[in-house]
Design a protein around this ligand. Structure first.
Ligand code: PNS
Length: 353
């Protein structure tokens, strides 16, 4: 077996280990022809990797990096040997483990791949691929592709919404699932909204004029203390103040922002910036989010001058001490905010304490 094309073209791969049924050079060539021959960067994931020939071929044809998942230690050693022959060791990661468990972990870590190969040994039941496919869709970059090899035409019905093409090459059926490219420009406005202020509403309103749809994501900032109002109540207040905005919806966000964004089909997050002092923390979050989701963009909207001093923490403090937050929160939630955040001072009890 040899690498068919690209920078490592002609490199001979190590002998195929016993029990591994590799994709033949001929099928590999036809397969890559139908994928468009060469790639402009991107990450590839090679499941049930065997010799690693598919992932290595993708690296040779221009993918930036590859992750191989292989259960057998002996076979993983062959992948390493093949990566060495092609001089691709630095661009690859070999994970020794069970495909299902490792794929679940990659989803939890928010990884993203442009090309995913699944060439399971025949002894692996088709049902496992059926179970793994929906998880693979979560790992797929917009417009990315999952390529599944099998002995018969398969599983297309497992992902009814994906674009699917099946081709037969001799005794091998190759099915290609294509990830959708979001056509609607969806933006996420995340925050703890504890409570939503007039400043937040201004940013949400201005975002709703720029994007097709805005999802306000009510999250929990682990760096802050637990909110007095549960997320459901905070979301209800936002729903009330954004009611006139047709293209705004409100959701509770659990876990990572990037994962939530993927689920919502969004790759843009909108944040409000009040002053230079906000910038540092926001800059750090934007950079971190991009390391987790490379196509993710953070867009900043500058707070209106009259809101530049306004924060949820100031609203909480004033309301908790019984002061008026009129003008600081939208009028139609004023009463609820005043009463929900008010903390009556403790008076000495009748026992004189
Ligand atoms: O209103 P806040 O408190 O500034 O909102 C912060 C929030 C909830 C948007 C932020 O903590 C967040 O995105 N949390 C989700 C968890 C996450 O993705 N953390 C990594 C971001 S660096």
């Amino acid at each position: 077996m040899r690498i068919v094309a690209g920078e490592a073209r002609g490199i001979r791969l190590a002998p195929v280990p016993e029990g591994v049924r590799p994709t033949t050079d001929r099928v590999r060539e036809a397969l890559f022809n139908s994928l468009g021959q060469f790639f402009d960067g991107g990450e590839v994931l090679d499941l049930y990797a065997g010799t690693g020939a598919l992932g290595i071929e993708a690296l040779s044809r221009g993918c930036d990096g590859a992750t191989f998942i292989e259960k057998s230690g002996r076979t993983a050693a062959v992948i390493l040997e093949n990566l060495g022959r092609a001089r691709f060791e630095r661009r690859a990661e070999i994970i020794r483990g069970d495909v299902r468990g490792e794929v679940e972990r990659l989803v939890r870590e928010g990884r993203e791949y442009h090309l995913i190969f699944a060439d399971p040994p025949y002894r692996i039941a088709q049902s496992e691929i059926g179970e793994v496919l929906p998880l693979l869709m979560k790992l797929l970059a917009p417009g990315g592709r999952i390529v599944v090899e099998s002995g018969d035409s398969l599983v297309a019905e497992q992902i009814p919404s994906a674009k699917v093409v099946s081709r037969r090459y001799g005794g091998t059926v190759v099915t290609i699932f294509e990830g959708s490219v979001p056509t609607m420009n969806v933006a996420i406005c995340p925050g703890s909204f504890d409570p939503v202020t007039s400043g937040h509403l201004d940013v949400i309103r201005r975002a709703s004029a720029l994007f097709d749809h805005v999802v306000v994501a009510v999250g929990h900032n682990t760096r802050k203390k637990t909110s007095k109002l549960p997320a459901d109540d905070r979301a209800r207040l936002i729903e009330k103040v954004t009611k006139p905005l047709d293209n705004v919806s409100v959701e509770i966000m659990e876990g990572l922002l990037v994962n939530f964004a993927r689920e919502q089909g969004a790759r843009v997050v909108v944040k409000g910036l009040r002053a230079g002092s906000d910038f540092e923390a926001e800059f750090q979050q934007a950079q971190l989010n991009r390391t987790l989701y490379s196509d993710f963009e953070t867009v900043f909207i500058m707070a209106a001058a009259e809101h530049s001093f306004l924060s949820s923490s100031a609203v909480r403090e004033i309301a908790s001490l019984g002061g008026s937050v009129k003008g600081l929160v939208p009028e139609n939630i004023l009463e609820t905010v005043q009463s929900s955040y008010y903390e009556p001072m403790e008076r000495p009890g009748s026992d004189g304490r």
